[in-house]
Design a protein around this ligand. Sequence first.
Ligand SMILES: C[S@@+](CC[C@H](N)C(=O)[O-])C[C@H]1O[C@@H](n2cnc3c(N)ncnc32)[C@H](O)[C@@H]1O
Length: 307
Amino acid sequence: MTNLIKLHTPELPEVWNYEDSVTKVKQMVFKWRTLTEDMAVELFIARDRLALIGGDRKSDQWNKSSTDKTWTKYCRDIGATRQVVDRWLKDWFIGTERERLIEEGKEVTPPKEVRIIHGDFIDSNVARNSVDLILTDPPYPGEFLHLWSELADFAVKVLKPSGFLVAYSGQYHLPDVLFRLNEFEELSYYWTFCLYHEGLSQIVNARNLMCRWKPIVVYQKLPEKKLENTFPDYIVSEKTEKFGHEWQQSESGAATLVEYFTKEGDTICDPFCGSGTFPYVANKLKRSVIGIDIDEDCVNISKGRFK
Ligand SMILES: C[S@@+](CC[C@H](N)C(=O)[O-])C[C@H]1O[C@@H](n2cnc3c(N)ncnc32)[C@H](O)[C@@H]1O
């Protein structure tokens, strides 16, 4: 949390008074009924000061118990619930941080081994048989299911023989995803990996379940050829900081997959690159990389990762 505060309020007040802060924010809640910049700043300061008062100097750990109690009380005192205030702050931070990242990215030219393309991946001019690995994360909602057929078609075209398609998928439409990929004879089903999200679970109301892992489906362009080394199929992912994209993935999970499926100098393509997590990780691991996204803001955020 301290880092967030530094970004937005470089000058933290030396003296901070609980009662004054509550009164100030209460008035703003009453007046605006929505989070304004002044209110957000005051709340970030309160969060930081309360962490110190609570004796918890590691105020970047949002959920520390000593802080928790004082923060819950503070939220109640300003007339809101803690869940609501946490959500306000998170959305506000992601929104403002995202705008900053977009602007920053416009000025950045990625290194020569990195191509970030703006457009529909179907129309991109990625050369035939030029890619060792497609590592990607298509949108999960049902309305986007058709993209899986287009992705399979793209994979058949651009992958080198025996190249891999490694794609993150939601749980909900998994049978449809597999059905669509299986329709392509040139692609062979290889495996399904489990990406376990440490400390994170998403409530799926429609199924009354807490989802803590994500399937990663792996297909291979023919001819079949097994991986050179033996790897576990269960990957533990660090918690993601979602500043660039609502669906941003963790770097650690992607790094593991890059290392399993490619070697230095190989070419990796992510046709749904979002905030550029996979291109960034692949480049750090000395792979050439092509990232594509249909959303111009995402393209700029992705470029910004190479500053
Ligand atoms: C799930 S997000 C990817 C998030 C990414 N893994 C990250 O860590 O930020 C999917 C992305 O696919 C993009 N997209 C959707 N349809 C596309 C298309 N036809 N061509 C290229 N990109 C597309 C969306 O704009 C979105 O950014």
